[in-house]
Design a protein around this ligand. Structure first.
Ligand code: CA
Length: 251
């Protein structure tokens, strides 16, 4: 923990990144929000696990700060759901003495944990560290590059070309935009609205079903059997995601 003389040194690198705060104690929730806001982060505050999961799927934040001890849906289940179905990093907070929960938290794939009462500057430093690591990882994985690879799929985003193995496939501009959005975050689940926004920034709910038509047409091009998709799969009740290891999914 590092408190500076001014107490609220701005952590470099916070550029409006969004933090989802999941904490059922209203005062603590507000304290975290205010502190993050003073350090350049945007926050969204939720107070129970079910809402947290819904918000992560609807509008993925850059990171989640998750209290493990929540009413309703347990924090650990929330952590598992988020880490297994999205690439959003999670920091859990636990009360002192909940060591089992902490171990469980790591088993659930969380990125870090803090024991309450924790220091807010330390929370901010850990958030910044995880987000920095994420950026470096994406760069190393080439996800900001012009060529994106996901399993056998290869997208050349400058030339707007798509290959499945050695085979070149034709996509329309809209289909390409949707596939690129999915391919830049493999395994992450996107809602229909999020995919719609990849080519129509002012999209609204009413048009969401048009995505299903585009998905169907993309599948015709990239799936061996479009009726049994192995790459671009449906996540029931949520949306779609692109698998990076199709051979492991279909046995
Ligand atoms: Ca709590």
């Amino acid at each position: 923990m590092v408190w500076t003389a001014r107490g609220a040194t701005r952590i470099l690198g916070a550029m409006g990144e969004r933090v989802l705060i999941v904490e059922d104690e209203p005062e603590l929730n507000a304290m975290i929000r205010d502190f993050l806001s003073a350090h350049g982060y945007e926050s969204e505050c939720v107070f129970d696990g079910a809402v947290a999961v819904r918000r992560v799927f609807e509008d993925p934040p850059d990171i989640v700060v998750l209290d493990l001890n929540l009413p309703g849906l347990a924090g650990l289940d929330v952590a598992r759901t988020i880490t297994s179905q999205t690439t959003v990093p999670v920091i859990v907070t636990t009360a002192r003495g909940e060591e089992d929960d902490r171990l469980g938290g790591f088993a659930a794939g969380v990125d870090d944990y803090l024991v309450k009462p924790f220091s807010l500057p330390e929370l901010v430093m850990r958030i910044a560290a995880i987000l920095r690591r994420g950026k470096a990882g994406r760069k190393a994985a080439g996800r900001d590059d012009a060529v994106v690879r996901v399993g056998e799929l290869r997208l050349d985003c400058d030339r707007r070309e798509v290959f499945v193995g050695e085979r070149s496939v034709r996509l329309t501009a809209v289909q390409f935009a949707i596939l690129e959005r999915l391919a830049r975050s493999p395994r992450r689940v996107f809602s229909r609205l999020q995919l719609l926004e990849s080519f129509q920034p002012d999209a609204f709910d009413g048009y969401q079903r048009t995505i299903d038509v585009h998905i169907k047409n993309i599948r015709k091009q990239i799936e061996a059997n479009p009726r049994r998709p192995e790459r671009l799969v449906t996540v029931r009740g949520v949306g779609y995601r692109l698998q990076d290891l199709p051979s492991e999914v279909v046995r």
